[in-house]
Every structure is written in C-alpha cells, then in structure tokens.
Design a protein around this ligand. Structure first.
Ligand SMILES: NC(=O)C1=CN([C@@H]2O[C@H](COP(=O)(O)OP(=O)(O)OC[C@H]3O[C@@H](n4cnc5c(N)ncnc54)[C@H](OP(=O)(O)O)[C@@H]3O)[C@@H](O)[C@H]2O)C=CC1
Ligand SMILES: N[C@@H](CC=O)C(=O)O
Length: 343
C-alpha cells in the first residue's frame, strides 16, 4: 500500500470549508491534508512545499499566479479559482506548458459550472476528433438565481444580499454583477475548446453602476441599492415584450460576448431554475441540434464535490501509473520465467 498523498489547501471560505468537510467524511487513508492556509493564518503538519496536490479554493490572483510554478515542480493543482486558465492567455499557456513538461495534472472541473460536466465534455469531444464551433449559455449560478427570483416585488439589492449569504456570489459580488466571473468562465471554455482567446477580446456588458464600482469592498453594501432602479427598468422593458432577463455568454466564430439578454419562455437557454447553468455546445458533431448541459452552477457543496472528484482522479492516475510499473516489472520477470521454461 502506497503512502497517503499529502494535500495543501489554500482558502478556508465557503468552498474551502466544504472541501475539508468532504475530505473528513470521505476519510480515506490514501489522502492526508498537511497544510491549510487563508489570507491571515497557516496551519501546518508539514510544509506546504511537501504537498503533492495543491487545492486552490481562493479567489486570489496571487495564488492563481503560482499554479504554473507548482505544476512545473510536478505538484498537481486542483482549483475552483478561475484566475488560472480564465485570466491572461499567457498564464493559461504557462499552465498548459508546465503540465506537459512535468506530467503534473491540473484539475479545473470546479471552475466552470461548479463541476457540471462542461469542460469534461468539451475535452472528450475534442479528443474524439470533433471540432467545437461555439458555446452559448448561462454560466453564472448567482446571476441565474437572481434573475429567477427578480420579479419586482423585492428590490434587486436585497436579492444580491441573499445570493451572497447563500454562498453563490464571488467574495466580491461585483465580480458576478460586472460579468467578469462569466467572462473568465467563457475564456476557460473557449480555451478548452482549443481556441487561444485573449482575455480582452470578450465584450462584457456590466450591470454595476459607477458608484457601486467605485466603492471599497467593505462599503459596497451601502451602494448596492444603486442597482435597484436600473434593474427595475430593465425588468419592466423585458416584461413589455413578454420576455425574461438572463445573463448570457456567447462565443462563436471568434466573437465572444457576455451580457444581459431578454429571452422568451421556451427559448433553449431560458429553461432551468435556482442556480442552474445551461450551456449549448455546437460542434461538427452537434451542428444541427446543440449538445445541452444543465444543472446547478454555484454552491459550496457541488463545487467542493467537483474538487474532490479531481483529487480522486489524480490519486487514481498515480495508482494506475504505479500499477502499470509493477505489472511491467512482474511481466518482465514472468517473461524471464517463460524463457527459462521454454529453454
Ligand atoms: N461559491 C461558489 O459557488 C463557487 C466558487 N468558486 C470559486 O471558489 C473560490 C472560493 O470561493 P468562496 O469559497 O465562495 O470564497 P470565500 O470568500 O468564502 O473564501 C475565499 C478564501 O480564500 C482565502 N484567501 C484569499 N486570499 C488568499 C491568499 N492569498 N492565500 C490564501 N488564502 C487566501 C480567504 O481567506 P480570508 O478568510 O483570510 O480572507 C478565504 O478563506 C473562488 O475562486 C470562486 O470563484 C467556484 C465555483 C463555485
Ligand atoms: N460566483 C459564481 C460561483 C461559481 O462559479 C457564480 O455565480 O456562478
């Protein structure tokens, strides 16, 4: 039996705590958490450098900037933080190159759709020779939840506070409301589809009024009410046409945009409830009717589950490699044995 895989966890917020709880429930001797840190404290049984898998459950650019360095050292990275493959193309490429050079794996299932089989499906289609033509859909769990609940009876700002308390928004909810979170996810999807999309080529329509954009993070609560009047006007205008508001991401033929759209009931992207993401993938194989994937796209539990899936896939791949090595060794011995027998 091989030694347990040492894990370091960065981030002890909604997702980080759910990861620890899940690892504790999982209670498998093959994994051991040796180091945990947030922006204020570190708890270590072993130095973070001793970890073979780093889990990033932060929204920190500083932590994401280290992904390529960890991978280059042969340390596997599992991340919910989108600022690895969803920031600059140079950083995404560095991650790719580090994986190729060291053989370390990058588990990013949690970064889009909170673990829905989106990235997995795109990669499987590509691996099968398919050409991805585009993706379109609702990629924000918090915005899906907000627009599913926003009917004008409760101010939009009250709903934003509820979504934040439920753990659906980013640590700074303006990252959701500005379309930035969706932009990052669209970049990750397009890059997984094989397109080297530069971050600034995505057109982004923000919902954040200037006063809210300018506020300090600890003062945004007072400014959230600046969302109410503009959002009410948008809701009224949508209702006049018999439609509903949805925050949609589209990438097709080299053009990428994210923003608010009015969709009528029955539109392929308008279904779903709660925090549901709903994404249509068009490819050579799915040219007429797209492949559609739908399900909860935010929440600490589903996100932590996706991270653990990636951890287990890495563990199993390492075990598989070990098993192949030992089969190779024993079959070599066996063939020597057969040779002796034949001789
Ligand atoms: N919530 C969700 O539904 C989903 C979230 N994600 C992603 O998961 C990540 C975490 O989200 P969430 O848990 O909601 O956020 P939280 O704000 O609840 O937690 C963030 C954690 O990161 C820590 N942190 C910040 N900077 C650093 C740093 N430099 N080094 C170490 N730790 C740091 C914070 O520490 P401190 O407490 O000291 O500030 C905090 O513990 C985000 O990237 C988010 O996009 C992905 C999919 C779904
Ligand atoms: N804030 C994000 C959380 C998951 O990525 C969202 O709203 O989708």
């Amino acid at each position: 039996m091989s030694a347990p895989l040492p894990i370091a966890l960065y981030g002890t917020g909604q997702v980080g705590r759910a990861v620890l709880a899940r690892l504790e429930r999982f209670a498998d001797a093959s994994l051991v958490v040796v180091h945990v840190e947030n922006s204020r404290h570190e708890w270590s049984d072993l130095d973070a450098d001793a970890a073979q898998i780093v889990l990033d459950a932060t929204a920190s650019d500083t932590v994401a900037a280290r992904h390529a360095e960890w991978l280059a050292r042969g340390v596997h990275v599992v991340t919910a933080n989108k600022l690895g493959r969803g920031a600059s193309l140079a950083r995404a490429d560095a991650i790719e190159q580090a994986c190729i050079a060291s053989g370390a794996r990058y588990g990013d299932a949690a970064t889009v759709g909170a673990g829905l089989p989106l990235l997995r499906s795109l990669r499987a289609l590509r691996a099968g020779g398919d050409a991805i033509h585009g993706v379109a859909g609702v990629l924000s769990g918090s915005l899906a939840w907000l627009f599913a609940h926003f009917d004008g009876r409760v101010p939009f700002s009250t709903l934003v506070r509820e979504a934040r308390a439920a753990g659906y928004t980013e640590p700074d909810p303006r990252i959701d409301l500005s379309g930035e979170d969706v932009r990052r996810k669209l970049l990750i999807l397009a890059r997984a589809a094989g397109v080297a999309l530069e971050a600034d080529t995505v057109q982004v329509e923000s919902l954040v009024p200037d006063a809210l954009a300018a506020a300090d993070l600890d003062a945004i609560d007072e400014q959230l009410a600046t969302l109410d009047a503009p959002m009410q006007s948008l809701l009224d205008a949508a209702r006049e046409t018999g439609a509903r508001l949805h925050f949609v991401a589209r990438w097709h033929d080299g053009v990428a945009r994210v923003g608010l759209e009015t969709l009528v009931a029955g539109h392929p992207l308008a279904a779903g409830g709660g925090t549901d993401n709903r994404v249509a993938i068009r490819s050579a194989r799915y040219a007429g009717q797209p492949l559609v994937i739908q399900g909860p796209g935010a929440g600490a539990d589903v996100t932590a589950a996706a991270m653990l899936d990636d951890v287990l896939a890495i563990r199993d791949a390492l075990r598989g490699a070990q098993a192949i090595r030992s089969v190779a060794t024993s079959s070599k011995n066996a063939s020597i044995g057969w040779g002796r027998l034949i001789a």
